[in-house]
Design a protein around this ligand. Structure first.
Ligand SMILES: Cc1cc2nc3c(=O)[nH]c(=O)nc-3n(C[C@H](O)[C@H](O)[C@H](O)COP(=O)(O)OP(=O)(O)OC[C@H]3O[C@@H](n4cnc5c(N)ncnc54)[C@H](O)[C@@H]3O)c2cc1C
Length: 478
């Protein structure tokens, strides 16, 4: 009997109908709900939908005993949550509970919970957990980073973790926190930046922050003219001057607002009412510094995160862009390939020219370059205090190559590879959430993603997962 059949049979014998085999509706459904099309097309050996931490422990022990490998699906927004031939442990089926504690000062979530559900549960308390720009993400974001509109003022999502329940590949449960000692202290360090390499987080506790409505202003420039890049250069010059309460993100891309025209969206968000005038003045400064055509300028206040406009250029006639949809099983889907780097505050006129040229050269109009403004509180924590690396970043820059037809795949992937190289002189880190397994560049990206923390992570991985049960890429070029 082939190896994968042995572990599937053992899992089904011990765990019964929470195990779905290829061809079972639950198997097809679980894969159809994975966000990235390439990941959704993979063939795990089976899908297991655990009901509690005991099931998780059983899956890891059985896989270890029978030579199986395991990937974990939280929110399902990454390409590392599913692998050919490995067990797909789908936490999103049953482990989605959210428990608000201490009048909202803390929140305890189960391992398959989405951050949007956390914010909804916290809403009546006037408190929030700083997360990314979409509510769909799960603990893969919360344990590997978490960059969003509150990073500059409050830090990463993972900086708000206060305790984690982790099931390691030997099936043991560890309660981790700043009080942990010995090997558990190492694990507490590691789960804040690299949890998937060490176990399954079945519960996580976060401290929350008080947050009233946020103010957002959006400016959109058409970059058609010869000096189109000047608007981007002006943005690069002004954003680092923002106070911590103000974050000035941007998107370089296309929309129906001006079909065929490269656009720059400047998205300024303010966490404190007292800083709104300063934020507006900084937007004025960007506008004054460029002769690019201003196509749209509007402001509004709303509840974090659901009440804020999407981080994308407005559509036709300035219409709000729709939220990013989650896939439905059976949908015909194109492809997506991303890169994400942290850069210092040094982005300048030359790189603005090159990035605009790269956008014009993009193989599809869905390709875009995002500038998530970080700096501020991101750097309040030392790079070696947690496993997360890249704290000196002023920006996190996700590059998104998006295509519909398989024959655009190679051109789109090469576009992302070429474009990220334009940022080389400014790059201070690679964001681990966009490191994809199985590409030529993956080993080097792993080294850049964890920097000086990588040797400690690899040593610990050798102790915690010697048989390599968890299929999470941490092996890189030495
Ligand atoms: C549309 C979109 C928008 C995004 N926006 C942002 C953003 O604004 N800011 C930002 O920082 N990032 C953003 N990201 C990146 C996001 O942080 C990563 O995709 C992240 O991995 C999502 O986590 P997940 O749990 O949803 O995904 P999954 O694919 O389920 O998990 C990601 C990784 O974490 C592991 N994992 C998940 N849950 C657990 C658990 N409970 N225990 C152990 N391991 C687990 C998985 O095995 C996998 O390796 C975005 C991604 C997308 C697709």
């Amino acid at each position: 009997m082939p190896l994968e059949d042995a572990h599937v049979t053992a899992l089904a014998t011990e765990l019964g109908d929470i195990v779905a085999r290829p061809g079972d509706p639950a198997y097809t459904d679980a894969l159809g709900r994975i966000f990235f099309p390439d990941a959704a097309r993979r063939h795990p050996s089976c899908v297991v939908r655990p009901r509690d931490a005991r099931d998780v422990s059983a899956v890891l022990r059985i896989a270890g005993r029978t030579g199986g490998r395991v990937t974990v699906r939280g929110g399902g927004l990454s390409s590392t949550c599913v692998e050919d031939g490995a067990v797909l442990l789908d936490l999103s089926a049953h482990l989605t509970g959210v428990d608000v504690r201490d009048e909202g000062r803390a929140v305890v979530v189960q391992g398959g919970c989405r951050v949007g559900a956390v914010l909804t549960a916290l809403a009546p308390t006037g408190r929030v957990l700083p997360v990314g720009i979409v509510g769909h993400a799960g603990l893969g974001l919360a344990t590997r980073g978490g960059v969003g509109y509150l990073t500059r003022s409050r830090g990463l999502t993972l900086d708000h973790l206060t305790a984690v329940e982790l099931v390691t590949p030997d099936g043991r449960t560890h309660d981790l926190s700043s009080a942990s000692q010995g090997e558990d202290a190492d694990l507490w360090w590691a789960v804040r930046g690299c949890a998937p390499a060490f176990g399954v987080v079945t519960a996580a506790t976060f401290r929350t922050v008080e947050q009233g409505p946020m103010w957002v202003e959006r400016l959109v420039f058409g970059l058609d003219g010869t000096d189109g890049a000047a608007a981007l250069a002006a943005y690069f010059a002004v954003a680092p001057q923002c106070p911590r309460e103000v974050t000035m993100g941007a998107v370089l891309g296309y929309s129906e607002l001006a079909p065929g025209t490269p656009l720059l969206l400047v998205y300024t968000a303010c966490a404190e009412p007292g800083a709104v005038d300063a934020a507006r003045a900084l937007d004025d400064e960007v506008q004054a510094a460029t002769s690019a055509l201003l196509l749209h300028r509007s402001e509004r206040s709303g509840r974090y995160l659901a009440g804020l406009p999407e981080f994308a250029p407005p559509g036709a006639d300035g219409a709000d862009p729709s939220p990013i949809p989650l896939p439905e099983p059976g949908e015909v889907r194109g492809g997506f390939y991303g890169k994400s780097v942290f850069t210092g505050p040094t982005l300048d006129d030359a790189v603005a020219d090159q990035l605009l040229a790269a956008l014009r050269d993009a193989p599809t109009r869905a390709c875009r370059i995002d500038f998530q403004h970080t700096g501020g509180a991101l750097g309040d924590v030392a790079d070696d205090a947690t496993a997360f690396h890249g704290r000196s970043g002023e920006w996190n820059i996700p590059l998104n190559a998006i295509w519909d037809s398989p024959d655009q795949r190679e051109a789109a992937q090469n576009w992302a590879r070429r474009t990220v190289r334009l940022l080389d002189d400014h790059t201070v880190g690679v964001y681990s959430v966009e490191v994809r397994p199985g590409f030529l560049e993956t080993p080097d990206e792993i080294v850049a993603a964890y920097g000086a923390n990588l040797p400690r992570l690899r040593r610990l991985q050798g102790l915690i997962d010697p048989a390599g049960v968890l299929a999470y890429p941490l092996a890189g070029a030495s």
